[in-house]
Write a protein that binds this ligand. Structure first.
Ligand SMILES: [Zn+2]
Ligand SMILES: [Zn+2]
Length: 276
């Protein structure tokens, strides 16, 4: 059966769901929602694969989040993250270990929170990102890209490597920032941030709503980034994939179309990109 919506970015294998994962999956089932559970390091990507292998409607990705390349910071929310050195061969082998791995990432650039050795950290992130791009190229899989405060550099790297197949997730940028990425061929995924109430002045949700309005509809994807960033209706609570409906409702409202239309289109987009 076709899904109603696809949450293209969540972390359902994280310990945040250990106590009640069955119920979370049940709520997704009731709404007929599929999801990609995104690995942020090699250790937890293995858990993502395990969950995808044992659950219908769940797919996995393998990658190393840029913030984990440059710090020894361990976020217990994510399970194990200590693998700093990864290789193209290692990524390719892990991706090939299961038919349910449908993308490489999350990987990318995060210049928002860098350690003191800024330049070295940026170099390291770029090197690790290129490793992911090379693996994705070899496998012909899409990339799941995380990018914070580095959108123009991202566009440069994607253009230079000639591999711009995939999605820039948790997008909050302006139309001017989105345009070069779309021109290269990337998809853009939006999440609960777009539903946050508008504030005065320079407000990220104003920019993202303008972007949502203008993205060619065949490049738009929806996601939750659960367990973080619950949409406004559930703000402050743990997020979960079934709340992706709120994101789709919001996108429908901004574009002036029905929820059904946005659901149908973004689901088709997700299925075509990830071949699910
Ligand atoms: Zn991310
Ligand atoms: Zn993520």
């Amino acid at each position: 059966m076709k899904p109603f919506l696809v949450d293209t970015h969540c972390h359902l294998h994280f310990p945040a769901y250990d106590a009640d994962r069955e119920q979370v999956l049940e709520r997704m089932n009731e709404k007929n929602i599929w999801a990609l559970t995104i690995g942020t390091a090699i250790g937890n990507a293995r858990n993502a694969i395990k969950l995808a292998e044992s659950t219908e409607g769940i797919w996995a990705t393998v990658g190393l989040h840029p913030s984990h390349t440059t710090s020894d910071h361990v976020d217990t929310d994510e399970g194990e993250v200590h693998e700093h050195d990864l290789t193209v061969e290692g990524l390719v082998a892990l991706a090939r270990s299961s038919k349910k791995v449908v993308a490489i990432g999350e990987a990318g650039l995060d210049f928002y929170r860098l350690p003191e050795e800024r330049e070295a950290a940026i170099q390291k992130q770029e090197k690790v990102f290129r490793t992911h791009i090379e693996a994705a190229k070899q496998l012909d899989l899409p990339l799941v890209v995380h990018c914070r405060d580095a959108l123009s550099r991202l566009a440069e790297i994607l253009e230079e490597t000639g591999y711009a197949k995939g999605v820039v997730h948790s997008f909050t940028g302006t139309w001017e920032e989105a345009k070069p990425l779309l021109d290269l061929g990337m998809h853009i995924a939006v999440n609960g941030i777009a539903t946050f109430p508008l504030r005065k002045g320079k407000d990220p949700s104003t920019a993202i709503n303008e972007t949502i309005k203008r993205i060619p509809v065949e490049r738009l994807l929806v996601e939750t980034d659960a367990p973080w960033l619950a949409p406004n209706t559930y703000r402050g609570k743990r997020n979960e994939p079934s709340y992706v409906e709120e994101v789709a409702k919001h996108a429908a409202h901004v574009r002036g179309v029905t929820l059904e239309e946005i659901a149908k289109q973004t689901t088709e987009n997700a299925r075509a990109l990830f071949l699910i």
